[in-house]
Design a protein around this ligand. Structure first.
Ligand code: BGC
Length: 860
């Protein structure tokens, strides 16, 4: 094995390239290729070193606290790894924020009318078309433009802006956009936490006159958000906060803060709403500037944004510009995505061009508004100016593949593109194989991931854009294989900790928008649910498994413990009986009555989920080496929960009252039935699948474990059949019906071809990726952070070849196999310093680090 050494990832607090730091605890992550012996970290500021970790044995992650870091300072973090032959170094920038110091700046507000609060609606009204709300845009507020003109007596050595908003904002300095981010300050539970951003404007300011401009719109603060589509969930007035600090070479400093010297006017953006869309009027001349009004001191809990900013990550050209049978002009991007349209139009001044966005066309090939509910319009409008008009909405985003363009003829459309928007994610995993349908499924999983990692992990980019906890709980293993989600999800877990209620409850959506919380309470009597709220234990544990960063578990232990207390109090004799549960949400046989499906499965799902979560929590206690007696307590508790499930919910013949597939899957996954009883439970599951025409009938909670349980209990052949099934419900059904992202419902397009009002971009059912990577790709991590790996491809899956890889902290793990004339050729890459085994026909063969090529003869 070559001794060559490389650093593949260097992160501080799970941020790459540049990290905003708002405390004195730092987590350094250093992923490598090759064999490192030692590592060392240093912090430098103004050319001098201010901290040195000393030489340590290399490990992928390393936490330090109480570091000597000053507020509002730039640092360079340097990492160094060594082996006997080489020394490799990596650097990145750190920028500290206010670290709890009070803001000098106060909030300011542009002159504005208070926003209109939408009326309350009944639960069922959230799912019906409400044409009275598709239009009537007068009630929406214009986006405001703010400016501050200032003189600088000299050219500063350093210029930094600390800023945030009640609303969402973008910035320009001296006419230049300061960066490509979108939707700052992003979404958090604003009552408990508001992010601020830090901008280095050093290269953009000049001696003499300067101008800072800001565009400010409703965003999550005022606009319509969540399932209920309510507005004004945090406030009804736009506000901006900014502190612009200059440091000169002679040691002098200067500061400009938001105050009455900032001016504002209504901008060319007539309105911008995250759900409804955005309208620009490029035909009118700008309004008069008016002074902004001071609006009070900062009282929020502010934190320098700890995750990479939302921005555009790719731009798509249309696959086709079609005229539908109805005669409408529609741009088809060939791909569902989260993003915005971008057009250059050449129409006479004053021409109104209306863009409607949707994810699917109807049976006839016409535009079809696939999202129901209040304020879910997804409509952008532009009134053209003189000459060419550029239009690209700034403060909204949509879930779409198709854009209907009304008001402009083909030859007036100079260009039309789709700008994909989301939190930047680093790709780690890959999978491909000889079946193009599985490759499309993997493609769909990736696009649903990118479409739903937008500031927080969302359920879908069109209807709700909301941080539903159950969705990421189901999807985390697949998501964490494909991408580095550590920083992104750690940020979200921070929000979850702040959202935990006094009694330990974890809301089903994080951030739990106030109207969502109220609706949950009113309709269901509570804002928690088995499997959804359990994300507080399962997501941190999954992050630890995927990336090996123990600090994530330490940081979330208290939240998990409080949640375990909540379930304990909601349980009677070890059965989780109290409170609301979504059960095995969206079971195919209950497709027209999801709440009915929830009601039938709630008890078994909650009981089994309690065991799953207790087991996960116990694992966390063991990893963190928590006191013996605490571990013993939870070990005993887990035993009791499992015993209760066995005795009270499973008949001696392995039947579970209610008799739905997901119940059997979850019973097996809970570890409650053992030995012969477990086999009977598994056999009944198989029977149910067979009686159902060989098709699955599992919901959100159980489907991630369906193929695993079949495999574990000797029915791998059936697992293959389910995976390759092309009828509904089945993963390849979607693929064969043209899916480019993962659908929310198996039957989003029905077998008769009719198109339903469903989301076509929900990642939850993409959870099957995890099974595919392990069983077809043959890559299975068996210790946290891929410290141990089993290469276990199944050559019997009917495919000709498969290729799967994952960048790990130790290097690239890869498995490629292909059928040959007389056997199978296998190529493996084993990273340094991991324990690795190849599993062949049930036998374990130890593997050394490096590349291996095996030619296996005979039938495998
Ligand atoms: C969301 C889901 C979510 C569910 C809760 C839906 O409206 O889109 O993905 O988990 O509600 O049952």
């Amino acid at each position: 094995m070559s001794k060559c050494l490389a650093i593949t990832h260097f992160q501080v607090n799970r941020q790459e390239n540049i990290a905003l730091i708002d405390g004195r605890e730092l987590v350094f992550s250093l992923w490598i290729e090759g064999r490192a012996q030692t590592m060392r970290f240093g912090l430098f500021t103004e050319g001098a070193q201010c901290w040195d970790s000393g030489e340590m044995q290399w490990a992928p992650h390393c936490s330090f606290s109480g570091l000597p870091m000053k507020v509002k300072t730039d640092y360079v973090a340097v990492a160094e790894i060594k082996n006997e032959e080489s020394v490799i170094e990596a650097r990145m920038e750190l920028r500290t924020g206010l670290m709890g110091e009070p803001w000098i700046a106060q909030w300011i507000e542009p002159e504005q009318d208070a926003a209109v609060r939408e009326r309350d609606i009944e639960f069922f009204e959230q799912f019906v078309p409400m044409p009275d709300h598709f239009g009537g845009h007068d009630r929406l507020k214009p986006a405001q433009e703010l400016r501050r003109v200032f003189e600088l007596k000299d050219l500063p050595e350093r210029t930094v802006l600390y800023a945030s908003a009640h609303g969402v904002y973008s910035l320009w300095m001296n006419g230049e956009r300061v960066d490509a981010r979108r939707l700052a300050p992003e979404t958090t539970p604003y009552e408990q936490l508001l992010y601020y951003q830090i901008y280095d404007l050093t290269g953009l300011v000049q001696k003499g006159e300067n101008e800072l401009r800001i565009l400010l719109a409703d965003g999550w603060w005022i606009g319509r958000i969540g399932l209920t589509g309510h507005s004004c969930q945090y406030g009804d007035r736009l506000g901006f906060l900014g502190q612009l600090e200059f440091a000169y070479s002679d040691g002098q400093t200067e500061c400009i803060v938001t105050d009455g010297q900032f001016e504002s006017r209504c901008s060319h953006i007539c309105y911008a709403d995250l759900l409804m869309g955005e309208k620009w009027d490029m035909s009118v001349s700008p309004a008069q500037w008016k002074a902004c009004k001071p609006a009070g001191a900062v009282s929020e809990n502010m934190l320098a944004q700890p995750i990479a900013p939302v921005s555009s990550w790719t731009v798509l050209e249309p696959a086709a510009l079609i005229t539908t049978p109805r005669g409408e002009l529609v741009a088809d991007f060939g791909q569902c995505l989260a993003g915005v349209p971008e057009l250059v139009l050449n129409c006479p001044k004053g021409t109104k061009v209306v863009l409607d966005l949707c994810e699917v066309l109807d049976e006839q090939g016409n535009f079809f508004r696939n999202i129901l509910g209040r304020n879910k319009d997804q409509q952008d409008v532009v009134i053209c100016g003189e000459g060419n008009t550029y239009f690209c909405p700034e403060f909204t985003y949509h879930g779409f593949r198709y854009v209907r363009i009304e008001g402009a003829a083909r030859d007036q459309i100079k260009s039309v593109r789709a700008v994909a928007v989301g939190t930047p994610l680093e790709k780690l995993g890959s999978f491909s194989c000889s079946d193009p349908r599985l490759n499309q499924l993997q493609h769909n999983i990736r696009w649903s991931t990118r479409s739903n990692m937008v500031s927080v992990p969302t359920d879908c980019p069109q209807r709700e854009k909301a941080g539903w906890t159950g969705d990421i709980m189901a999807f985390a293993p697949t998501g964490c294989f494909n991408y580095d989600l550590s920083g992104f999800l750690v940020g979200w877990l921070g929000q979850m900790r702040l959202s935990q209620t006094e009694d330990g409850g974890i809301p089903v959506v994080i951030p739990s928008y106030p109207e969502q919380t109220a609706m949950q309470a009113k309709t269901f009597g509570g804002n928690t649910s088995a499997a959804w709220s359990d994300a507080c234990v399962l997501v941190p544990l999954e992050l630890y498994r995927a990336y090996g960063d123990k600090q994530i578990l330490r940081d979330n232990l208290e939240m998990m413990t409080n949640w375990m207390g909540f379930i304990d109090r909601a349980s009677n004799d070890y059965l989780w009986t109290e409170g609301f549960h979504f059960g095995d949400w969206l079971i195919p046989s209950y497709q027209d009555d999801p709440m009915g499906g929830a009601a039938v499965t709630r008890q078994v799902i909650a009981a089994c989920q309690y065991a799953v979560t207790a087991k996960a929590y116990l694992e966390v206690l063991e990893i963190l080496d928590e006191p013996r007696q605490v571990q013993d307590h939870f070990r005993a508790l887990l035993g009791e929960i499992r015993r209760t499930i066995r005795e009270k919910l499973i008949d001696p013949d392995g039947r579970i009252p209610g008799d739905l597939q997901g119940m059997y899957v979850m019973a097996l996954y809970s570890g409650a039935p053992e030995g012969e009883l477990a086999q009977k439970v598994a056999d009944r599951l198989v029977e149910l699948i067979e009686h159902n025409g060989g098709s699955l009938d599992t919901g959100f909670v159980s489907v991630p474990h369906l193929l695993d349980m079949l495999t574990e209990y000797g029915h791998k052949d059936l697992a293959w059949k389910l995976l390759f099934r092309t009828e509904s419900p089945g993963w390849l059904y979607q693929v064969e019906h043209g899916a480019t992202t993962i659908w929310e419902n198996w039957n989003a397009i029905r077998p008769d071809g009719s198109v339903t009002t469903s989301s076509f971009n929900h990642y939850a059912l993409g959870c099957v990726g995890d099974w595919i990577y392990q069983h077809i790709g043959g890559l299975r991590p068996t210790a946290a952070g891929w410290r141990a790996i089993e290469f276990a491809p199944d050559f019997d899956c009917g495919l000709e070849w498969a290729s799967c890889s994952r960048i790990t902290a130790y290097g690239l793990a890869a498995c490629y196999w292909c059928k040959t004339e007389d056997g199978v050729r296998v190529e493996l890459s084993v990273p340094c310093g991991v324990t690795a085994h190849l599993i062949l026909q049930g036998e374990k063969h130890e593997l050394t680090a490096g590349n291996h090529v095996l030619l296996l003869k005979g039938k495998m």
